[in-house]
Design a protein around this ligand. Structure first.
Ligand SMILES: [Zn+2]
Length: 104
């Protein structure tokens, strides 16, 4: 799988999770999530958990999209802060990484 394919797959995956999460804020899916977390105050905890998850997924989606843009522009693999190379191991684990270890 090429980097481009991995990024495209990741973008689709995160987007699907975001949509699922949005839907999960209504109805039984929401209660199921609360039960799954074992919380005694499902509505309160569930809402903040969902918001937090939504925020981090949203950030991840932005990162993946940015990485795809950088791939097209030719700046992929270089730190957005210092311009230095992003270690291959980091890109292997997080192909959407746009900063080096120091600036991540
Ligand atoms: Zn850097």
């Amino acid at each position: 799988m090429t980097v481009e394919e991995r990024l495209a797959a990741k973008e689709a995956e995160v987007q699907a999770q975001l949509e699922e999460l949005t839907g999960a804020q209504e109805g039984h899916a929401r209660a199921a999530l609360a039960r799954c977390l074992g919380e005694s105050e499902p509505l309160v905890v569930d809402r903040s958990t969902a918001v937090t998850a939504h925020e981090s997924l949203g950030r991840l989606l932005e990162e993946v999209r940015l990485a795809r843009t950088r791939l097209v522009e030719g700046s992929y693999g270089r730190c957005a802060v210092c311009g230095g190379p992003i270690p291959e191991g980091r890109l292997g684990a997080r192909p959407w990484a746009t900063t080096c270890l120091r600036h991540g």
